[in-house]
Design a protein around this ligand. Structure first.
Ligand SMILES: [Zn+2]
Length: 454
């Protein structure tokens, strides 16, 4: 499909004069950005008046399974350790493929409606006897909705300290099984291209708790032999640091280095507890962060020092995290909160809107190795979002190009495109039966409680 988008109030394009109002898409690529572009034969026209055009956001840390685990009563006022036991580890071993599919579609749809076009999902529902169907449905959901999926393949090779898994009769995978299944996924789904719709990332659930040092080295070697990136949770709370000191006699970040888990091909979710010394080692090695401010607020974990990380040259990006601890499920909310929260501690020039936009788009594209994405420029992939400002809420906004990031949710999206294909139209995800989806989630949760309570 070819499109000509016209009359936008602003296009947040790279290296283009701010007077540009029009953008042309052909064969999945942005072919022209300018003013007064004339329609060509066969093009579909999209009117973007009273709208602004953003690059599609790239969410670098999520857990789609948790879209069906929002607001679990026991976990509402708990910190990470207790919350893990009473929410994800209590429920995930009982999620069936039908509910996983519904949760994935819901989570992806929520992200699309917030302005995202790529989701890096940290999917950890693997165990010794788990079915590959639990993973296949994620690829299926992303394919149906037309969103780019980076599957950060989680899992564990040690039992860990969470009794919920043992109680559910769930045993961890062996290293051999994890590697064998990774290879199966890689050969079936992974695309290496810079505009890939499907990517695989090697991502044991927790760097410190899910896997041994030797296994970490083995999975890192596997990833690097196939040019796959590496991702995990690290330093969300102080427990990782305590365990690293107690078990390995070094800091958690030094432990990561010893296990070959630092580098330009690695990023960690959270890093809330990173010290100055940690930031130095992370930045020297080019290791990145998925900053997840909503989840960190929700679980009372703290505020990650991303302003210092940015200054030190670390790749800073934004993640929503799972909706069991970030019920909003919105990348726009993360960007808005990331803009605000550091100012409370460091003053009103700590975070600029331009910088936060880079975290949510260009930085993330580079970190994931999806270089064709992340910016609006001629030759880049047509992943873009038209935010609709035709609402009294925005009538008083003066610097209108920043309205979505400054004003935050609720925002209505007139249209979004992924790889030049329209995926959101008039605020809704194209082709998605939302009534049927709601019903699938509700029924799936009813089945879930029967198994959890059994
Ligand atoms: Zn997470």
């Amino acid at each position: 499909m070819r499109y000509l988008i016209r009359n936008a109030e602003a296009i947040l394009a790279q290296g283009i004069s701010s007077s540009a109002t029009d953008l042309r898409i052909a064969d999945g690529i942005i072919t022209e950005i300018g003013q007064g572009l004339l329609p060509q034969e066969g093009e579909q026209q999209v009117d973007a008046s009273r709208s602004v055009i953003y690059p599609g956001f790239i969410n670098t840390h999520h857990h789609l399974a948790q879209s069906a685990l929002k607001g679990i009563p026991a976990g509402i006022n708990q910190g990470l350790g207790e919350w893990l036991a009473s929410v994800p580890y209590r429920f995930w071993p009982h999620i069936d493929p039908e509910l996983m599919l519904a949760a994935a579609k819901m989570g992806l749809a929520e992200q699309l409606r917030s302005g995202a076009t790529t989701c890096a999902d940290h999917h950890y529902l693997y165990h010794l006897n788990s079915s590959m169907e639990m993973e296949d449905v994620l690829w299926q959901a992303a394919d149906e909705l037309g969103m780019r999926l980076v599957l950060c393949r989680g899992g564990a090779t040690v039992q860990g300290s969470h009794k919920g898994l043992a109680k559910a009769g769930v045993k961890p995978e062996t290293l051999e099984l994890m590697l064998q299944r990774l290879e199966q996924t890689r050969s079936r789904y992974h695309q290496a291209e810079s505009n890939a719709m499907r990517r695989l990332v090697v991502s044991p659930t927790s760097l410190v708790h899910s896997i041994t040092a030797e296994d970490l080295k083995q999975v890192a070697a596997y990833a690097r032999s196939h040019d796959l990136k590496l991702h995990s949770h690290l330093l969300e709370v102080g427990f990782d640091e305590q365990q690293a000191q107690a078990l390995h006699g070094c800091t958690a970040v030094e432990y990561a280095q010893r296990c070959d888990w630092l580098g330009e091909d690695v990023w960690f979710a959270h890093l809330v507890q990173a010290t100055e010394q940690d930031i130095q080692l992370l930045s020297e090695t080019g290791t990145g962060i998925a900053h997840c401010p909503t989840s960190n607020c929700r679980l009372g974990s703290g505020i990650a020092p991303v302003v210092a990380m940015e200054k030190a040259g670390m790749p800073v990006t934004l993640g929503v995290d799972g909706s069991a601890s970030a019920e909003s499920g919105s990348v726009l909310q993360e960007a808005n909160l990331a803009w605000l929260i550091h100012r409370t501690q460091q003053g009103p020039d700590a975070t600029r809107l331009e910088t936060v936009l880079e975290w949510a788009s260009d930085n993330a594209a580079k970190m994931l190795g999806l270089d064709a994405l992340g910016a609006l420029a001629v030759g880049k992939a047509a992943d873009l979002v038209i935010y609709d400002l035709n609402d009294y809420r925005f009538a008083g906004v003066h610097d209108r190009q920043w309205a979505p990031l400054m004003c935050g949710e609720p925002m209505r999206i007139k249209a979004s495109f992924v790889n030049g294909r329209q995926v959101v139209e008039g605020g809704e995800v194209s082709g998605l039966d939302t009534e049927a989806l709601q019903q699938d989630v509700i029924e799936g949760i009813q089945r879930l409680y029967k198994k959890v309570d059994a």
